[in-house]
Design a protein around this ligand. Structure first.
Ligand SMILES: Cc1ncc(COP(=O)(O)O)c(C=O)c1O
Length: 459
């Protein structure tokens, strides 16, 4: 259904009231978090350990987690759909991961020499993603940085192509047009390259060429105009830092064909999608083979690790030393033990069947509430991931996404939180993650909170 302007203004005014009310409830539930935040502000910049933990109305400090639940320092338990920003597909303290890590920790945690688990993990990733060779790193940022370096080293070309509105970590080359404002983005046919942070040299910003998602025509024109200049294209095959935006049929196939034609390498950033949208990520799910795949988050079973996989030709550049892929903690034994347990014992066929069942429950329950209360919203979900997109129109790229009013997702987030479900903060940009330990009851609780929210907005 389409909502007219007058109704939209009325709904937004109602959201303002509800946000004020729900934030009061939220703060009253978090006195110990408040005290810790005040203390932390003296020794931690901004009072947190990453800027993404600065959330409105305040950061929530966590005590512990088990299974599908986390407990905050005030003793409140939540169904965890935050999943540590998408890293906890195994769920918390999974017995297999606890056993693997406990065994490893007692035998020493770091040597900067390879351990056998690294081979098992690489073999399993090859099997799932269909790329023969792998290396490890410690974060998604490092994985995409390696991908960009590799693409430049192999082709000898300076530029990369990146999607408008995509986040790939915080190294310079990808800190361009991550969340540009509407008045900065320029024409859709040739989007501006907008630095996303202070301190990114203009010369680097100019080497990152921006293209819209789901648009092969613009990409074809850009590759033609930049002929011989572009080393590679880096993209999330499903955009997951703009809610969830799925690739339209033929888009991934088309960009594979276009990039190959121009001698441009193709890297899929599967930091979020890998292991969550299917056992072999988006690569296996959509059947389009990139030259490079970047993994992080859920590949580590809850520990900090990342992986980069590639074709034999690409990975030869590492093996030969043409590109020095290095790092003291690469393939850290503790992280490899957790990754091995996650891949070989937890994220199995049963887990993926569970993701499908829970997703179906969450999508159907929310869609019914949307229809009943005539909200301008719809669900977009895949594998263990999904979100409510607060728009009555399909969202196919960042520019559509930018038009969504942030108040919707913030108000929904507060209703979920006060109702005992922890979604990732940062509203419309993020999405839920269910884990191998979530239950139907967890999904039903999410739907019940959504129903309360929908009724309150229309109330
Ligand atoms: C798609 C994508 N790529 C890369 C990264 C960076 O990963 P990390 O935070 O581990 O550096 C993120 C983080 O959210 C991400 O969502």
């Amino acid at each position: 259904m389409t909502v007219d302007l007058e109704t939209t203004a009325g709904l937004l005014a109602r959201l303002d009231e509800l946000i004020a009310e729900q934030e009061r409830v939220f703060l009253a539930r978090q006195p110990r978090s408040r005290a810790l935040l005040e203390r932390a502000r003296r020794s931690l910049a901004g009072g947190v350990t990453s800027n993404w933990q600065i959330a409105r109305p305040q950061a929530v400090w966590i005590s512990h987690g088990r299974g599908s639940k986390i407990v905050d320092v005030d003793g409140t338990e939540y169904v965890d759909l935050h999943g540590g920003y998408g890293a906890m597909a195994v769920g918390h303290a999974h017995p297999s991961v606890v056993a693997a890590v406990s065994e490893r920790v007692a035998k020493g945690t770091h040597f900067a020499q390879p351990t056998e688990d690294a081979i098992v993990v690489a073999e399993e990733l090859s099997r799932r993603f269909g790329l023969p060779q792998w290396r490890f790193a410690n974060s998604g940022t490092e994985a995409t940085m390696d991908a960009v370096h590799l693409m430049r080293a192999i082709t000898g070309r300076p530029k990369i192509v990146k999607l408008e509105g995509a986040y790939h970590g915080h190294h310079d080359s990808v800190q361009v047009s991550v969340y540009p404002a509407a008045d900065e983005i320029g024409p859709r046919s040739r989007p501006n390259s907008v630095p996303s942070s202070a301190g990114i040299p203009t010369e680097i910003v100019e080497l990152t060429v921006i293209t819209p998602f789901n648009d092969l025509e613009v990409l074809a024109e850009i590759l033609e105009a930049e002929r011989g200049q572009v080393a590679g294209m880096l993209l999330e095959p499903v955009m997951m830092n703009a809610g969830v935006i799925l690739p339209e049929p033929g888009y991934l196939e088309g960009l594979r064909e276009l990039t190959s034609r121009h001698g441009v390498l193709l890297a899929f950033d599967e930091v979020k999608t890998g292991l969550t949208v299917g056992p072999g990520g988006a690569t296996a799910r959509f059947g389009v083979r990139p030259d490079i795949v970047c993994l992080a988050k859920s590949v580590g079973g809850g520990l900090a690790t990342a992986a980069i996989g590639g074709s034999a030709e690409v990975m030869q550049a590492i093996a030969s030393g043409r590109y020095e892929q290095v790092g003291t903690f690469n393939g850290n034994p503790l992280a490899m033990a957790a990754a091995r347990a996650a891949l070989t014992e937890v994220l199995n066929d049963d887990a993926y069947a569970r993701f499908d069942r829970l997703r179906a429950l969450m999508v159907a329950g929310c869609q019914a509430a949307i229809a009943e209360h005539e909200l301008p919203a719809h669900l977009v979900a895949i594998g263990a991931k999904g979100c409510v997109t607060f728009s009555d129109q399909p969202v196919r790229d960042f520019r559509d996404f930018l038009r969504i009013d942030d108040r919707w997702s913030h108000c929904h987030w507060l209703f979920q939180h006060n109702g005992g479900v922890f979604l990732p903060p940062w509203g419309k940009a993020e999405q839920w993650l269910v884990s191998a330990q979530h239950t139907d009851e967890d999904a039903e609780r999410f739907v019940a909170n959504f129903r309360s929210f929908a009724a309150a907005v229309r109330g």
